[in-house]
Ligand binder design. Sequence first.
Ligand code: ADP
Ligand code: MG
Length: 332
Amino acid sequence: MPHDEFSRIRQWTSRSAGQEGDGLSVGIGDDAAVFAVAAGREVVACCDAMIETVHFLRETMEPADIGYKALVSNLSDIAAMGGIPRFALVTIGVSPRWSVEECSRIYDGIYEAAEQHGVRIIGGDTVSTPDALHLSITVLGEVEQGKALRRSGARPGDLVFVTGPLGGAAAGLSLMLADREKMEQWPALVMMHRRPVPRIREGRLLLASCSRPGALNDVSDGLASELWEIAEASGVAVAVDPRRIPIAEEVRRYAASAGKDPLAWALYGGEDYELVGTVPEKDIGRLQQVFQENGCTLAVIGRVEEGEQAVWLADGTVRTPLPKGGYNHFSR
Ligand code: ADP
Ligand code: MG
């Protein structure tokens, strides 16, 4: 590395200075961070890595977007447990092909997402790597003891929901890879790919408002894969109506203009970071109301059924099994 490791760490993380308090007794600067967890709560922890060329391309993501999305993908995992994200640790593997300035912008993105969601960066590690840039983030959060929402919570009769439109991240990627010259015409799609929203509030509302905890998962690999995870963890069948899967109007219009299938993006594209889950049917009216009061949305897309673990697409007349895989179509 051209600049010495310690001055880089200091530069990137200066925004974390003086953040002690509110449960954090030691932040960045010592060998490890120290924080307290409130009585009656448990720690919920997750980690996600983003590797250049595997998870992102320099051509499709600005440096700040890489940092932003890396943190959001972790916040989304905490949201999918019904938890509150609180702290993050960042490991960056810096490649000689990335400038000090670009790395600093990656941190701008990390801190932007952190500030938006009340998360403090409390440590990390800095290493050099010969080639692809590597970014790995660990998020620590908290959740009421014994209340975390699992993938295994689906029961026959439950309704299946998603918290927002799907397929946008894949549409944005397809646009940037195949129709780069049209990028300016479709700014919303570019944002859907680069700046996903973690559904933290939605996760909290689900945890607080259901009469019995249902299943919860986040859409990182595509709806098909996430539904399969719920079906397998819960030992149930899931049937969703493709006509009810929400897809943004721009995504439909761009798909039509590019000769693509928007439903395939929703099912197999991934990286939308909406929540998908199940709730007892009798809770749905109250939940819809609570979501609306909090500026959130909840779209019912199907139902949990008894029987062998399976995922079905059922539109009222035709019923077809939904295969698990497919996201590699999008050459991520
Ligand atoms: P040590 O040698 O004890 O691991 P480091 O010099 O690696 O210490 O790190 C010093 C401090 O800076 C620690 O608090 C560590 O968590 C933090 N830190 C190091 N690299 C990063 C990074 N990339 N992002 C955020 N914090 C970092
Ligand atoms: Mg270290």
